[in-house]
Design a binder for this molecule. Structure first.
Ligand code: NAP
Length: 308
């Protein structure tokens, strides 16, 4: 029976990483932070309870292998520029005897979108999961788990009102009818999902999983914000998903990867998109991850924003 205790986290200094590191530490894992030797990152540093911070050359197999030696698992939270460096990290993890590699996924289910326009932008991530699958097929002593979490809900509310709520003028923007449900996870929930995977190594071995805080629609978000604030958030803009998709395709044709946000809105919000995670598809139960409450999260956001 595989048991995981030591965990190396790559890129744990960005938007998502601290939430994963903190949940791993709270759950009693021994965490090593692996950071680029060239890092100029001034975002939150690893907490003191991280046992060591290793500066690594991500282009050097030996440097990565040294950092991974003695680690049961590698959790990669590298941002987009680091996605392709994970191929070498997988090789180094295999050589170091790492048992589980969790690649930097944490968003759209990339197994599902391979042949969609958004899949072109996510090709780097897709290649890493393909590579892990190949290595397992070749009989290498490593296993992997991919995790789709949907949009980071609290993070996206704070930064851009999830593209739906405009707090400044108390208005809302909606794609299509606003009724389509989509998958979201709060940052801490993503950290808890990683913990759940590492605590259930057999059940999660060589699987691509989807978890969430909850599924919601744009209209449910607006209604919840209205209930919590006691104020009306009038829908002043209604966009058509076909037009958003077309705009994304035009951008992509010009090599403009900002198309990602257009495609993401269509994947999540277009009427009939069907990308919410059903109870049968959800791994929350498998890894003993309770769902969260929409209203509680919205209240936390509005308190933090000084609105209530
Ligand atoms: N679902 C969502 O809503 C959502 C939103 C944002 C991100 N994501 C996903 O979550 C994951 C993490 O994203 P993030 O926003 O937390 O990333 P990020 O903040 O952009 O970067 C995370 C860390 O990656 C490391 N890094 C940066 N460039 C690198 C390179 N060239 N090679 C190796 N490492 C590099 C840096 O760590 P050091 O400086 O310590 O080396 C950085 O702090 C990604 O898979 C991303 O696509 C999902």
């Amino acid at each position: 029976m595989v048991s995981i205790q030591t965990v190396a986290v790559l890129g744990g200094t960005g938007n998502l990483g601290p939430a994963i590191v903190n949940e791993l530490l709270s759950a009693g894992f021994t965490v090593t932070g692996v950071t680029r030797a060239s890092s100029t990152n001034s975002t939150p540093k690893y907490p003191d309870s991280v046992v060591s911070i290793k500066s690594v050359d991500f282009t050097s197999f030996d440097s990565l292998k040294d950092a991974f030696t003695g680690q049961d698992a590698v959790v990669s939270v590298v941002g987009t520029p680091g996605v392709s460096s994970q191929i070498l990290a997988v090789d180094a993890a295999i050589a170091a005897g790492v048992k589980r590699f969790i690649p930097s996924e944490f968003g759209v289910n990339t197994r599902k979108v391979r042949d969609w326009p958004i899949g072109k932008i996510l090709a780097g991530k897709i290649a890493v999961v393909d590579y892990l699958q190949e290595k397992v097929k070749e009989g290498k002593e490593i296993s992997w788990t991919g995790l789709s979490t949907g949009l980071f809900f609290d993070w996206a509310l704070e930064r851009f009102g999830l593209g739906v709520i405009n707090l400044a003028d108390k208005t809302a923007t909606v794609v299509d009818s606003g009724n389509e449900k989509f998958q979201v996870s709060n940052l801490r929930q993503v950290g808890k999902a990683v913990v759940g995977i590492l605590k259930h190594p057999e059940e999660t071995k060589n699987k691509y999983l989807s978890t969430s805080s909850f599924q919601l629609s744009q209209n449910e978000l607006i209604k919840t914000v209205e209930e919590v604030t006691g104020q009306e958030f009038k829908v002043v803009k209604r966009e058509k998903s076909e037009e958003i998709q077309k705009a994304g395709e035009e951008k992509l044709a010009n090599g403009d990867y900002r198309a990602f946000m257009d495609f993401l809105r269509v994947v999540n919000n277009a009427d009939g998109a069907g990308n919410a995670v059903t109870e049968e598809e959800s791994a929350n139960r498998l890894i003993e991850l309770p769902y969260e409450d929409l209203r509680e999260t919205v209240e936390r956001w509005l308190k933090g924003a000084g609105v209530i």
